[in-house]
Write a protein that binds this ligand. Structure first.
Ligand code: CTP
Ligand code: MG
Length: 220
């Protein structure tokens, strides 16, 4: 099995509110993207493609190992991953798509995703249970439904796919499609997506509090 990792790092990080693109924001002195590339490598993914904000290639090259391939991302995460996928080497047969914004993902999570792919699963995502009661509200904020919590999961990355299946699913999407993750892309193509246990440490850095939490974890 030859795995390629695609690290989606082309976002601006509006909710974090830094001057830098989020993937370049430092965690304990190192940019988030450097941590995330290390996480994939530690879990067993050697070949890495990073999608970067157009125009920021030099800044990313300066903080990443020289064998990491950099490609320009797009206006949405979906467009960025599509660009990364096109740059993966031809002999890769599985793809792991990872958010640059999940810097402290433990290698075990990556290894569990790889193991499920090696087992023949076409699509696999790490998930965690939902601990709060979770509800659906209408436009006025009134609760209209409360799905059974036992069946709810929070979805993380890296998400792993048979490369041909992921490529076909992306090819079948419209050019302006904008889905929040890659599991949604393959599900739109009718492919079943299985789950493996995620890890709280693979949490996404979205707002300033998440970065403070990650800093505290690194210090420990
Ligand atoms: N991403 C990307 N290309 C985009 C948008 C997002 O590669 N056009 C990446 C981000 O860099 C991030 C991951 O997708 O690593 C998850 O997205 P998110 O956490 O939403 O990051 P941002 O879009 O950068 O943040 P925000 O939504 O707050 O602006
Ligand atoms: Mg975003």
């Amino acid at each position: 099995m030859h795995a390629v990792g695609i690290v989606a790092a082309a976002g601006s990080g509006l909710r974090l509110g830094s001057d830098l693109p989020k993937a370049l924001v430092p965690l304990a002195g190192r940019p988030l993207v450097a941590w995330s590339v290390d996480a994939l490598r530690a879990g067993g993914v050697a070949e890495i493609v990073v999608t970067v904000p157009p125009g920021r290639r030099d800044a990313f090259a300066a903080v990443l190992p020289p064998d990491v391939r950099l490609v320009d991302g797009g206006a949405s995460r979906t467009a960025s991953v599509r660009a990364g996928l096109a740059a993966a080497s031809a002999d890769a047969d599985v793809v792991l798509v990872h958010d640059a914004a999940r810097p402290l993902t433990p290698p075990d999570v990556v290894a569990r995703v790889l193991a499920a792919l090696a087992d023949g699963q076409p699509a696999v995502v790490p998930t965690l249970p939902v601990v709060d009661t979770t509800v659906v509200v209408d436009d006025a904020g009134v609760i209209t439904d409360a799905p059974a919590r036992a069946h709810l999961r929070r979805v993380q990355t890296p998400q792993g796919f048979d490369r041909a299946i992921l490529a076909a699913a992306y090819a079948a999407l419209g050019p302006d499609a904008d889905l929040t993750d890659d599991a949604a892309v393959v599900r739109a193509a009718g492919i079943p997506v299985t789950t493996v246990p995620g890890d709280e440490r693979a949490a996404k850095v979205t707002v300033a509090h998440d970065l403070e939490t990650a800093e505290a974890r690194v210090r420990r």
